[in-house]
Design a protein around this ligand. Structure first.
Ligand SMILES: Nc1ncnc2c1ncn2[C@@H]1O[C@H](COP(=O)(O)OP(=O)(O)OP(=O)(O)O)[C@@H](O)[C@H]1O
Ligand SMILES: Cc1ncc(COP(=O)(O)O)c(N)n1
Length: 541
């Protein structure tokens, strides 16, 4: 866990400054430390007064930390005066921490000045010693002695000029622009006079509770860079995290002015997932977008690899949390008479027939759910994926009739096939009917994106739980097994690959906004329960 030091001012109301930094560092997976530059009497409405302790005392704080603790990253926020700024510059020159991120705090959201004009020159000196500077648009202009950018293109030009002048990476932040988007861009000098510019944009959240976003973002950047060693991955991860803190900011009830962001909402919602391996970032924040930076991750979801159990692994923090949440219920599936009987070969033939009949009916409805998901999918890739899923489910259903449920099987499926079109659920048992109603409950949500999220969550367990149960059953298979051929169908690599893709889509949906996430989570857990019940019903012909 990276040890991250914030050097900044205080906010006793907890939304900005050191208090925000420590929350950000913890939320993004670091150990937070703090040296105070200034004590600020402020709240969500503004700054009342500032008390700056002697610079020598700041130096003592910094040395107390660096004499004892290995520092993996530093975030610098409010400095206030030239003397304080020079003290920090001097300490950095001696200690040389591996990563230094500077948020050049000049003016608070409330409009109050937090840096004396006499300190601007000292701040420019400090710029030579930092790896990343994260100015908002007015700060960018002051650092360049120019007027503030009015457009995003002008802001990017200024970012390039600042990066070139100080040979440092610049994070240009578009929070002060208007419009539906909140764009940010990393501008990194390439050493040959050019720049690698990577833009990461998010949807602007309609909230007045944005106090401390700049502090929180820069602290998250320092922490995540210490974890990933890659600025593009860091920004993508930090933005995704910041977005959820903004989306859920209104759930907090802190002050009556510009309130703080909700630093821990996502972490608490997902639960404390174990830390991922090297070069990874906390759950759910891994980039799923492309970038211009050479060597950075290409487009596409995080890699999914087969879990030791043989079923696909979660695609990120969101799916990991959901998978973990349903672990108890899934483990009970293995204990069911039907699953035990299928595994050890003791399952009565009529139970098997009943199960296959229900499966065929189920697949018809399941195909409809995926066809609807294809209709609603916002991205072409997903549209294609669900359409293919619908087709495969129908083909599997045909195959069941052709190869398993023919007259010789004597399971009564002919009756199912002969019912008039549109009423094919008539022969469904109560569980099959209930499961299909759950899958196809389409009119409960007005917005397409919510219905899509719900559908993705609802159809997923049939992929994922089935793959998991199937992988275990397949291991019990042998040449003399009475259900050998059926168990072989579980070993289809195409199905495993499709399951991985489906899990990756679910991860993307869960990383959407809160309403989408809720819809998908609820539908997913509901379907896991139905999967359990479906297997349980297998012994009730
Ligand atoms: N309403 C919003 N919705 C989504 N993202 C936002 C919103 N407002 C700001 N951001 C993002 O928050 C980060 C901080 O941006 P901003 O340009 O406001 O910096 P700042 O002025 O230093 O922040 P602060 O509000 O702490 O002073 C950026 O990543 C920006 O894109
Ligand atoms: C100690 C301190 N540091 C930074 C800010 C800027 O944050 P914001 O612009 O959101 O008020 C602040 N208000 N206080």
């Amino acid at each position: 866990m990276p040890r991250v030091l914030s050097i900044a001012g205080t906010d006793p109301s907890g939304g900005a400054g050191i208090q925000a930094d420590l929350k950000s560092i913890a939320a993004t997976g670091g150990y937070g430390m703090a040296a105070v530059t200034a004590l600020v009497a402020q709240n969500t409405h503004g700054v009342r007064s500032v008390h700056t302790p002697p610079a020598d005392f700041l130096r003592q704080q910094l040395e107390a930390v660096s004499d004892d603790v290995v520092i993996d990253a530093v975030k610098i926020g409010m400095l206030g005066t030239a003397e304080v700024t020079q003290t920090v510059t001097g300490w950095l020159a001696e200690v040389r921490p591996p990563v230094v991120v500077l948020d050049p705090v000049m003016v608070a959201t409330s409009g109050d000045r937090l840096l004396s004009t006499g300190a601007e020159k000292a701040l420019r000196q400090l710029l030579h010693r930092v790896d990343l500077v994260t100015p908002n648009l007015p700060e960018l202009a002051v650092l360049l002695h120019e007027d503030p950018a009015q457009t995003w293109d002008q802001a990017l030009d200024q970012g390039r000029r600042l990066a070139g002048t100080y040979s440092t990476a610049v994070l240009v932040k578009g929070g002060h622009l208007t419009g539906d988007a909140a764009p940010d861009a990393l501008v990194v000098p390439d050493g040959g006079g050019g720049f690698a510019v990577t833009e990461v944009s998010s949807v602007r959240v309609a909230t007045k509770n944005t106090h401390g976003t700049g502090c929180s973002l820069s602290a998250a950047m320092a922490t995540l860079f210490a974890r990933t060693g890659n600025w593009v991955r860091t920004l993508t991860a930090a933005k995704a995290w910041l977005q959820e803190t903004l989306e859920t900011a209104d759930l907090l009830d802190v002050g009556t002015g510009h309130g703080p962001v909700n630093h821990f909402h996502g972490v608490w919602e997902r639960g404390l997932a174990p830390l991922p391996g090297p070069a990874a970032v906390p759950g759910g924040f891994l980039p799923t977008v492309g970038s211009e930076e050479p060597g950075a991750e290409g487009p596409g979801p995080v890699s999914t690899s087969a879990a030791p159990g043989g079923s696909p692994a979660p695609a990120g923090g969101w799916t990991a949390a959901l998978w973990k949440e349903t672990a108890g219920l899934r483990s009970r599936i293995d204990e069911l008479d039907f699953v035990r009987g299928l595994g050890d070969g003791s399952l009565p033939q009529e139970s098997f027939g009943f199960y296959l009949t229900q499966d065929a009916i189920y697949l018809r409805g399941y195909a409809r759910a995926m066809a609807r998901a294809s209709e609603l999918a916002p991205r072409l890739q997903e549209q294609v994926f669900w359409a293919a899923g619908a087709r495969n489910a129908l083909e599997a259903e045909l195959d069941l009739h052709r190869n398993w449920l023919g007259p010789a099987g004597g399971t009564g499926v002919e009756q199912v096939l002969s019912v008039p079109a549109g009423t094919d659920v008539a022969a469904a048992g109560p569980v099959t009917r209930g499961y299909l109603e759950h899958l196809l409950a389409r009119d409960r949500y007005a917005e397409d994106r919510i219905e899509y999220a719900r559908l993705v969550g609802a159809v997923l367990p049939c992929f994922w739980v089935y793959a998991e149960v199937g992988a275990r059953l397949q291991r019990l298979n042998h040449t003399a097994h009475p259900h050998r051929e059926w168990l072989d169908t579980y070993a289809d690599p195409g199905f495993a690959a499709a399951t991985e893709q489906a899990v990756a889509i679910l991860e993307t949906v869960l990383a959407g906004d809160v309403a989408e996430r809720r819809a998908a989570q609820e539908a997913f857990t509901g379907s896991v329960q139905w999967e359990h019940d479906f297997f349980a019903a297998g012994t009730l012909p």
